[in-house]
Design a protein around this ligand. Structure first.
Ligand code: BG6
Length: 478
């Protein structure tokens, strides 16, 4: 095994998917607090206000808000040396635009961060993980309004200053490349689907506003990277890209070309800007041809250049195929599906399992960016079953992770500068895509159901001891 001796092993979470306490400690409403529970066949709804009698999973989630000591102790027991979490902007600035932060919100994160450090973990903090304050959505239409750049910077400055000696690793926006897709308009950029100025006559998407809002968010991210380096030059700040690795379905040149364009547009564009500080030529041309190239205000180009990230952090779950053949079989996926790969099997949620694709991705990213890499999300969502004796035998999860860890090992051997791995959802939490509890990723089972019933009791799954052993042996005992 080739994992470096200080390799970072741990797990990743997001505030809105596990904290609960959505209205406690002065927290304001955030986008997920208005997203209903869904399912494989039932899309989540975003409602303008909290509707009576409807279940919103982020409100309780798994109540980490009141269980953090117990949960962090369990992560420590597995020997995690890193833990990825997000800070919920609306706990710190309830509407997003107050002048002074909410002390109760900060106090909660003070305790969580201290508890992590006490249990041997270095925190990795995401500043914006699909949970923009509703004040930012309703009053500003999210990042489509340039004023939100400085509101985000104010929030980032508050927490980066407060935790400058306790937190080294930061991510500005989770899966920011999602902001280049129509269904990322609300989730990443905060564009209000109920706003007629952006969505006239029932329009479902607005590409021009989307790419302007994404540009503004890229500027905000770059400003925060530069600011973070001023606050503490030792900070390691990353982008976070949902790397949707794709293959041409066939060697037909048209398929190969289409796949290349897909890769540049959805998997590479945002990471290219965040690592290199300039818009790549292919994207500039693409946007100009469609007349949707964003307005650059004076100074934007310099800001992007000055705020390039220190590491390329990304999520990897599955791969898809691309082809010009519209009749090819479909498969599901993270953020977006694609065409099915006849050589791969998919999970119950239609995500194709592809460990070799992770090795391929790591080699590809190392070659393109030549900087430290971190896999900050990877895992298997599965409908685990709690047995009468309190055990959960999740060999399928162990198999999935073993194969992906082997793939990382092999990529390191081939030159990938991989510094860490935080698997997704070390404790069962609410699915971002479907809002369910049934889609479980954790080493720790939480007795919580899709409708909010359940004792919230925590149980160790079989994979708990397995991952502990992986970490203790630094990836040798798989
Ligand atoms: C990523 C997100 O897209 O995938 C997480 O950053 C999300 O928030 C994860 O939970 C898995 O997706 P899902 O839909 O299974 O929760």
């Amino acid at each position: 095994m080739t994992f470096p001796k200080d390799f970072l092993w741990g797990g990743a979470t997001a505030a809105n998917q596990f904290e609960g306490g959505y209205d406690q400690g002065g927290k304001g409403l955030a986008v997920p607090d208005l997203k209903t529970v869904g399912g494989v066949k039932l899309a989540r709804r975003f409602t303008p206000t909290v509707e009576p009698g409807v279940y919103y999973p982020s409100h309780k989630a798994i109540d980490f808000y009141h269980h953090y000591k117990e949960d962090i102790k369990l992560f420590g027991e597995m020997n995690f040396n890193i833990f990825r979490m997000s800070i919920s902007w609306s706990r710190i600035f309830p509407m997003g635009d107050e002048l002074e932060p909410n002390e109760a919100g900060l106090a909660f994160y003070d305790d969580v961060i201290d508890e992590l450090i006490k249990n041997g973990m270095t925190p990795l903090i995401t500043l914006s993980h699909f949970e923009l304050p509703m004040g930012i959505v309703e009053k500003y239409n999210g990042f489509s309004d340039r004023r939100v750049i400085d509101l985000f910077v104010r929030y980032a400055e508050t927490v980066m200053t407060r935790y400058k000696s306790k937190v080294k690793y930061w991510i500005t926006f989770n899966e920011m490349n999602f902001g280049a897709m129509d269904h990322g308009e609300l989730t990443v950029l905060g564009m209000n689907p109920n706003d007629e100025t952006i969505y006239p006559n029932g329009a479902k998407t607005n590409e021009k506003v989307r790419f302007q809002a994404l540009h503004n968010a890229l500027v905000a991210s770059a400003k925060v990277v530069e600011l973070g380096h001023n606050i503490n030059p030792d900070f390691m700040i990353g982008c976070m890209i949902c790397h949707i690795t794709s293959y041409p379905l066939t060697p037909k040149p048209e398929d190969v070309l289409k796949r290349k364009e897909f890769d540049l547009l959805f998997a590479k564009f945002v990471g290219d800007v965040q690592t290199r500080g300039v818009y790549p030529a292919y994207m500039t041309t693409y946007l100009k041809n469609k007349d949707i190239f964003p307005v650059f205000e004076a100074g934007d180009a310099e800001i992007l250049k000055a705020g390039t990230v220190d590491m390329y952090t990304f999520s990897y779950y599955m791969t898809i195929c691309i082809t010009t053949d519209e009749n090819a079989d479909e498969t599901g996926g993270n953020l977006m599906g694609g065409k099915a790969n006849p050589y791969l099997k998919a999970s119950e949620w239609g995500w194709q399992v592809d460990p070799v694709g992770l090795e391929y991705t790591l080699i590809d990213l190392q070659d393109r960016y030549n900087m430290p890499l971190m896999v900050v999300e990877n895992g298997l969502g599965f409908a685990d079953e709690l047995q009468a004796d309190g055990t959960i035998v999740d060999d399928y999860r162990i198999d999935y992770m073993r194969d992906h860890i082997k793939a990382m090992d092999s990529a390191i051997e081939k030159g990938a500068n991989l510094i860490g791995y935080t698997m997704w959802g070390p404790i069962d939490l609410v699915s971002a895509g479907t809002g369910e509890m049934t889609k479980r990723y954790g080493f720790i089972y939480v007795d919580m159901n899709n409708d909010g019933s359940g004792s919230l009791k925590r149980y160790k799954k079989k994979s708990f001891d397995w991952y502990k052993e992986v970490i203790t042996s630094n990836g040798e005992k798989l």
